[in-house]
Design a protein around this ligand. Structure first.
Ligand code: TXA
Ligand code: MG
Length: 322
């Protein structure tokens, strides 16, 4: 596992040069790696959509270096939005706001809203500061696939099609940012992440609701099947794993298990830690590694249903949806 922590200034310069020519760069963030392009360049944004194979209607998040840049991208910014930005940025929170007229409809998927965040990763922040403008960056994976949490994952996804991937080591959180719609005075959570509705409610002294409403903007992370390995993957209770393994073996299936702490006797696969933060950090790398083994099926041991595991359940439910 790479553990790059210091910022490589020469690499940042190279990245700025490429971004200025509407090329794309793999950018580490604290959540997952992003596929970054100049948010002011339709050529760059079109490249993001083409490379990811992402439907044009799915908007991408704009990453900025400081709160002072927010009015460049959003208008009618509420006090609640500023309060959340002050409390959680840089950090794993994306705010959905009313877009400025100048924001390209490629970024917003034709909608009137824009998603913005300041990532908390030294390399991303150094890049954003050196570039000076916003960077559009969805997760650096092909549409619907597992998000990358290491530089090598981005190279695996896109190879030479992405001229530079900045290596910022393994992402410290491992799960995409929380998304909250703060266009009106009724903040609504659209995607679960490390920052919870409860934490935001505490900051705002106001109840942040959760769930898609009819008028909610489209969030591709809200599709039933998303973040999915290619290998058929299912969630299995620990108490049922042994029987599941026996049934699969009886049917001649080659199977791997993603277990918590220990593998069941005679099972092959990987284990993740029992603490939710550590589990989240390792989840996508583990799913990718198991997926590469090209077996018939992957069983993921159901994680605990305790508080703190909600975002993990959300991603695993999508990864295993058929
Ligand atoms: O942690 C993250 O958010 C990572 C890192 C790279 O910042 N990015 C990420 O991007 O997960 P992506 O594109 O894979 O997921 C962004 C989500 C999508 O579900 C998209 O639909 C939603 O954000 N989104 C972006 N702009 C939006 C908007 N204007 N309205 C509603 N949803 C929006
Ligand atoms: Mg994504």
């Amino acid at each position: 596992m790479s553990t790059v922590t210091s910022v490589d200034i020469e690499q940042i310069k190279l990245a700025v040069d490429l971004l200025s020519k509407a090329e794309l760069v793999g950018m580490p963030t604290e959540t997952v790696y992003g596929l970054a392009g100049d948010a002011a360049s339709d050529v760059a944004i079109q490249k993001i959509f083409d490379l990811k194979g992402r439907p044009a209607k799915h908007p991408v998040i704009v990453h900025v270096a400081g709160i002072d840049q927010l009015p460049l991208w959003a208008k009618d910014i509420s006090n609640m939005a500023y309060a959340l930005a002050e409390a959680f940025w840089p950090g794993p929170l994306t705010l959905i706001l009313h877009k400025q007229a100048s924001v390209s409809s490629l970024i917003t998927g034709g909608q009137s809203s824009v998603g913005v965040r300041i990532p908390a990763h030294p390399t991303a922040l150094a890049l954003l500061k050196a570039f000076g403008r916003g960077l559009a960056a969805p997760s650096a994976n092909r549409f619907g696939r597992v998000s990358p949490t290491r530089a090598a994952h981005v190279r695996d996804e896109f190879g030479v099609q992405v001229p530079l991937v900045l290596d910022g080591g393994s992402c410290t959180l491992g799960i995409e940012s929380t998304i909250v719609d703060v266009r009106d005075n009724k903040p609504n959570l659209l995607r679960l992440g490390q920052i919870t509705a409860e934490q935001m409610s505490d900051v705002l002294n106001f109840n942040v609701t959760s769930g898609l409403r009819d008028e909610s903007p489209r969030v591709s992370g809200a599709l039933d099947q998303h973040y999915a390995p290619r290998t058929p993957t299912e969630l299995v209770l620990r108490s049922k794993l042994e029987a599941w393994l026996n049934a699969q073996r009886f049917a001649g299936q080659r199977v791997l298990v993603l277990a918590i702490k220990t593998l069941p006797v005679d099972a092959q696969g990987l284990v993740l830690p029992k603490k939710c933060d550590d589990y989240a950090r390792g989840l996508y790398a583990a799913l990718r590694e198991l997926d590469q083994c090209q077996v018939d099926r992957i069983a993921v041991e159901c994680p605990p249903t305790e508080h703190g595991w909600e975002a993990i359940h959300d991603r695993l439910n999508r990864a295993t949806f058929r």
